[in-house]
Design a protein around this ligand. Sequence first.
Ligand code: GLN
Length: 472
Amino acid sequence: MIDTTALTIQETCSLIASKQIKTVELTHSFLDRAKKLNSKLNAFITICEEIALKQAEKIDDLISDNQSLGPLAGIPVGIKDLYLTKGIKTTAGSKVLENYIPVYDSTSIARLKEANVVIIGKTNLDAWGHGSSGENSDFGPTKNPYDLTRVPGGSSSGSAAAVVSDMCLAAFGTDTGSSVRLPAAFCNLVGLKPTYGRVSRYGVIAMASSLDSIGHFTKTVYDNALVLNVTAGYDPRDSTTSQDKVSDYTKDIQKGVNGLKIGLPREYFKDLDKDIKKITMDAVKKLENAGASIQEVSLPHTQYAVATYYIIQPSEVSSNLARYDGIRFGFARDKFGQEAKRRIILGTFTLSSGYYDAYYLKAMKVRRLIKEDFNNVFKKVDILICPTSPSLPFKLGEKVNNPLQMYLSDIFVVSQNLAGVPSLSVPCGFIRNLPVGMQIVGPHFSEKLLYQAGYTYEQETKWYERKPKMGN
Ligand code: GLN
């Protein structure tokens, strides 16, 4: 049996291509681990054993026939159960879609299949992507592998738990306002929220269409870039995708940060927990020592971001969820959980005649100001660094009955969705044995730069080597 716990995508690709391991063997190891740990973590809603083994056999056949392989050949991946997967149940974490089997693949899934990945299973999430902790899933909460009494972050909770506990080597999430970055921070992973329009949303169940970003989790920065190479790019089926050329995100990743101008947005550090502040500033110091220059900057409308997000997002949710009427897909509306109902009601209110101007329209105006804050700041600096979360991974049950408290977990991560800019959360250490993440934020389409900065920092620190104690 292969020890899967120390592998990265980069290493595994070369082991497979050089025929040192067989894909079927590797897939068995990951499936066994996923089945064993899932009872503890509840990371997967569906484990696709048969499909995974079939995909693996096909890759081994390609290899023995000396056929060309896709760039992620044999890499085991987990897919948030919000992505349509042809022939595989797709629930969105909700009982409404408990029996729904899509008839086509989302664009990302089609691209991953072309790249020859192996799909291990569909991962757990807050129903419809609504949440920051994983506790809103109708299929039970996911646990944080570093401490089973704590949340892994949400809404892509299962994807993060699956990668960090070595059930797969990459997993897919969606980030509408936190959902890749927060779980990445809580689970010691690298998580990318790409620029809005960089990765196709086609075939991913829509939460809030003007904010939804299709991102992914990996253990290392290099692995993350390898995956973006496959998913990024124009899609005629998503008219919001950019036609701009996609770069090879791994190229120049080792270029370093010499001469790079890094901004620290004052608003994100004010009143910040002092341990989180210290750990973030230690990380900044490392980048400064590597040749970057540091300056304080301001994003003056930051204080309005959560309120703005929690008007625009439910407005779009109320419209997107209207199609689940029990006639076309899945079960009827009475299966919606509390949080989905709350958002439908809120969104219907903010869009309703007489209130539209006071809420939705006003929020859209503030959104523009938030976007301009980023435009202005990126005239002065190349990237920003700030914490991903204001707190450590919290206890299961701690915030679930207080929606406002839960929404405030997103205080550092929603502005980037409102502005459409990319952000990479990278591990930056541990406080009381719990992982902490920091965000590297850049202008639109600056993913390459984010990877360069993240990679430089990671080489110094290698936090990904500190694994949760899940046993073998
Ligand atoms: N936590 C945020 C919310 O509940 C964002 C969720 C997401 O990014 N899917 O709306």
